[in-house]
Design a protein around this ligand. Structure first.
Ligand code: GLA
Length: 401
């Protein structure tokens, strides 16, 4: 059933299937509920959710949609049009009372059901049909979009009306405790809580949320996503190592998390770390302390109505992720370098890195030329052609049926 979403003739976005009709064809009955949840790009604040600090993502208009109907038994019967399972023989069936998780995409919906139950929210067995236009492995949080759309659908089926941030926490629990992937709360919170034309300033310590104006169009600007289409296999082990280094630095400085180092003590704290640890721990901490300040400066310029002024912070954030946190790669660096050379106002990798996507901020009229320059650079480097598409700050998850 694997298919690539097709663009509309005017290029404005993916043509979406009539999922309710597909549900009737697949399961021979009508869906009872439907949910849609978006992917995200993080504007600034990378790896900050591992340090109980601030992140600033936007939701994008690419979404994952789930339609569902309750079953009388305790099974999840799932089918996806957007799977890594290819043309499987039929739906994946997971008995809810048998802890063995399926491989591949179906582990995510099954984990959501298990996380809900483990958190004291019993869910019924269900038929689930899933479709998505969030590319997998592009660093745009396809997993969070899948988890959040399924969490919404299963909760609605169970008659639960949980606040969006509670659903985000449950979705993260599914990923951490059941799929077994370490991650912070940013992606799920973005998918659940973002709003149109707003960036989500999330304090990942107390989960307080502020909606920050993010209307680039009104300022004559645009944001381009460049999906490098590479995923270097360092993934979760490198992620876990970064997390450990941050915790080690915090412990050494006598704070609960690096977030607790006040801006005016950042320099002195880094000097004291340098005396104890090798350069690696120091560099990881330096990324976190400088990134924290960058997030707050970006929020200030957005609130002041000067979105173009966030550009230099994006470039600086990329340099910090490349040189200090060491999570970039040649393809992501090539995007940023080519974009800068072609007049972009700012550019950086977004998400966990080691491949995936970069974002480029530019004057609306110059984005076309920037894209051409990025493509030419990829060609020169012998990299496969990237996927480039504009994004705007879009709505978070919502019930569709
Ligand atoms: C991944 C994780 C997030 C966050 C980012 C890095 O997307 O899922 O929780 O840590 O990496 O900012």
């Amino acid at each position: 059933m694997k298919q690539t979403p097709t663009q509309r003739a005017d290029g404005s976005g993916p043509v979406r299937r009539d999922l309710a009709a597909e549900f009737r064809t697949t399961f021979g009955r009508s869906p009872e509920v439907g949910w849609s949840a978006p992917g995200r790009v993080n504007i600034i604040g990378e790896y900050m959710d591992l340090n109980e600090s601030f992140v600033l993502p936007i939701a994008i208009s690419l979404t994952t949609r789930t339609m569902a109907a309750a079953r009388a038994d305790r099974a999840l019967v799932m089918r996806s049009f957007h799977s890594d399972a290819g043309d499987g023989p039929g739906p994946v069936v997971v008995p809810l009372d048998n802890a063995a998780l399926p491989a591949g995409w179906a582990a995510y919906p099954a984990s959501v059901a298990l996380a809900l139950e483990a958190s004291g929210y019993p869910v019924p067995g269900a038929d689930l049909l899933i479709d998505s236009d969030v590319p997998v492995g592009a660093g745009l949080s396809s997993s969070a979009a899948l988890e959040c759309s399924v969490a919404g659908a299963l909760c609605t089926l169970a008659g639960l009306d949980l606040p969006p941030m509670d659903l985000a926490r449950l979705a993260r629990r599914a990923e951490n405790d059941f799929v077994g992937v370490p991650c912070g709360i940013m992606d799920q919170a973005a998918s659940m809580c973002c709003r149109d034309a707003r960036a989500l300033l999330l304090d990942t310590r107390d989960l307080a949320v502020q909606q920050v104006p993010f209307d680039l169009d009104a300022a004559g600007l645009g944001l381009l996503v460049v999906d490098t289409r590479v995923k270097h296999e360092l993934g979760s082990s490198a992620y876990a190592l970064r997390w450990e280094a941050c915790q080690l630095a915090a412990k050494t400085l006598g704070v609960r998390a690096l977030r607790d180092v006040p801006a005016d003590q950042a320099e002195a704290s880094l000097r004291s770390l340098a005396g104890v640890w090798d350069g690696e721990v120091l560099k990881r901490a330096r990324h976190v302390l400088t990134e924290q300040a960058r997030v707050l400066r970006v929020v200030d310029v957005l609130r002041a109505g000067h979105p173009a002024a966030m550009g230099p912070e994006l470039f600086a954030g990329h340099a910090s992720l490349r040189d200090d946190f060491e999570v970039s790669c040649a393809e992501l660096d090539a995007v940023v370098e080519a974009a800068a050379g072609a007049g972009a106002l700012g550019a950086r990798m977004t998400g966990a890195g080691f491949g995936g996507s970069a974002i480029v901020l530019g004057e609306r009229e110059s984005l076309g030329a920037i894209e051409v320059a990025v493509r030419a650079s990829f060609d020169d480097h012998g990299f496969a052609a990237p996927h480039c598409f504009p994004v705007t700050a879009s709505a978070g998850a919502y019930r569709t049926l």
